[in-house]
Design a protein around this ligand. Structure first.
Ligand SMILES: [Zn+2]
Length: 201
């Protein structure tokens, strides 16, 4: 006999499919929702249903946006002199939390990973190269975190960019733990890594 009504076990199963949420966390979340008297489960249900509806990639930087350009590309207060290349929108959020960077971004949506069959052409590299034909920054910062795949992606990009981009190419300072995504780093560490960035050579 199942211990729980189907509606509850279905909700637990769905939530435990999320990264970082095991069965026990999912159970706690579902029971917290059952206890909540403000209709939180409905609110979450509706926001999640709407989540992907109007979403697409920014025409310029490939960050997620609801308008043709994302808020960062629309912000005239941001400098065009620096372009920071990152693997995911989560890295953008992590870097923004440091309040250290006022340039623009380009989101690759992944890193090269032969094991997962992610090739350079699966990432937003062409849009980066196209973008550089129109706007040439003074510096490109390859803020790809310390996994082997991210390092390989940075190396690949460095070689490709070297063919078309005359400016400075830099990378974050050491201190990024190996295997750590940028969004797992505390703001202080990331902020230092950005401030003490060095030439990519
Ligand atoms: Zn954008």
């Amino acid at each position: 006999m199942p211990l729980l009504p189907r509606s509850i076990s279905d909700a637990i199963e769905a939530l435990s499919d999320l990264p970082g949420i095991g069965t026990r966390s999912a159970e706690r979340l579902v029971f917290a929702l059952l206890k909540n008297e403000n209709g939180l489960e409905q609110k979450i249900g509706i926001t999640l249903q709407e989540l992907k509806k109007n979403l697409h990639e920014c025409e310029q930087c490939c960050h997620l946006a609801e308008e043709p350009l994302c808020p960062i590309c629309q912000d005239s207060g941001r400098s065009d002199k620096q372009l920071c290349v990152i693997a995911s929108p989560l890295d953008l959020l992590a870097l923004e939390r440091t309040h250290e960077y006022r340039g623009k971004y380009h989101v690759l949506h992944g890193v090269i990973s032969p094991l997962d069959r992610v090739r350079p052409e699966d990432l937003r590299m062409d849009s980066l190269f196209d973008r550089l034909k129109k706007d040439v920054p003074e510096e490109i910062i390859l803020a790809l975190s310390g996994t082997a795949e991210a390092d390989a992606t940075a190396l690949y990009l460095h070689d490709e960019l070297g063919k078309i981009f005359p400016g400075k190419i830099s990378r974050l300072a050491r201190g990024i733990p190996s295997g750590g995504d940028l969004d797992y780093l505390d703001a202080g560490t990331l902020s230092r890594a950005m401030l003490e960035r060095r030439a990519f050579d």
